[in-house]
Design a protein around this ligand. Sequence first.
Ligand code: AMP
Ligand code: ZN
Length: 473
Amino acid sequence: MAPRFFNTYSREVEEFEPRDPRARPIRMYTCGPTIYSRAHIGNFRAYIFEDLLQRHLELQGYKVHRVMNITDVEDKTIRGAREAGVPLQKFTEQFKEAFFEDASTLRIKRADEYPAATDQRYVDRMIEMISALISKGLAYQADDQSVYFRINKFPEYGKLAHFDLTQLQSTGRVKHDEYDKEHIGDFALWKAWDEADGDVKWDSPWGPGRPGWHIECSAMSTALLGDQIDIHCGGVDNIFPHHEAEIAQSEGVTGKKFVRYWLHCAHLLVDGQKMAKSLGNFYTVPDVLAKGYTGRELRYALLRVHYRVPLNFTWEGMNEARESLTRIDEWLARLREVAEGANAQRPTPNAQRPTTTFEDALDDDLNISAALGFLFESIRETNRAMDQNEMDAPSANAWLDWWKRINTVLDLESETDVIIPHEVAQLAEEREKVRREKNWKRSDELRDRISALGWQVRDTKDGSKLTRGAGTE
Ligand code: AMP
Ligand code: ZN
């Protein structure tokens, strides 16, 4: 069955039919970071949802070409550079680097392209698009010399957000001198230079200035993916005005349907409020790592809830993520032992086998909670089979193959080079020694001490092995 996704445009779950999946990859555009400061983990919830979407589509056999833009020029980057007293590029470069570092810590697959808004190639394209909009009567230059989109001339405006135009209020991304505009909802395509912009400016037919945020995405997406793209994503806060404006600009220029599927993820919350820079209630990836958690644990914590459900970030949630991953690690270690024949087990005709349920759940609007529920149910049942000596090597291998397949989506396997703390390693070594001397009582004591340090020791025919966690249930 084809995947089904909730399309913000129609507000319905729709069967996924890309434009031409045989002749070309799926074209996917994801709004990237505004690099005026380090991205917070709320931003990364959006990027992890997009990662899950791409990986699931790829597992289902689609080829995906994904573009993620980097917003390196808008009001906040300019203000930041001015306050820091450095050129814009020098200011944004550090946050761009940090973004890539954090994305890699969270195992987010790299996009195929990361266009930057300040690249002259895209600025040229933005100017070209704005000129086309003016010539079609869809944009105008106001007395303040800035160019605005004329929303009243685009009847579709408001369809994505299901918005009533009479309700329009100004938003933070629009300049405040709105008296120059014909309609309060008209948004800036080109912002005329003013002193606060310093040396951040480009020449244009309308005088020196810089692009508005929305036209940046329209220009970069159509330049790299063509006039019509299959999937466009972002967080729900992007729906209005950003994505609504993107539709108006792109369709205004091309006359073609811009995006087939709009997917938006709900916010990451802190104490019931959106995690946001402006509210000061945010954590960055390094903040979470500094508390002793790994990128893998954070990935799990941000991934585990359905993307359309708001997710409250808590440290308790991080601990739950750690426990869940330990269960997966221990399960894999046990399966590997059985698969290698280390703990020979007898086959049972009723042994449970892997199924496609996990992937079916993801086909259902990326229902990761159901998919993970099925994974842990499988873990429970196969552990029980192994406890009862009822898992033969071929069955264990089948489960490992299944894990390998679903892990191309999850990317949650522990790094192979797990660092075992010195104290734990020493206790394990001593335990090996007393076991050779057949001192079972001392051996059990040492096992308990190792367990108290958060590690589990298992005896195999190749000697004892250590894994993270206090033991399987
Ligand atoms: P920005 O850097 O503000 O343009 O945001 C980058 C991406 O992060 C956008 O797709 C936003 O919708 C998304 N985003 C921002 N805050 C949150 C949050 N608290 N939870 C989930 N996504 C968010
Ligand atoms: Zn965008």
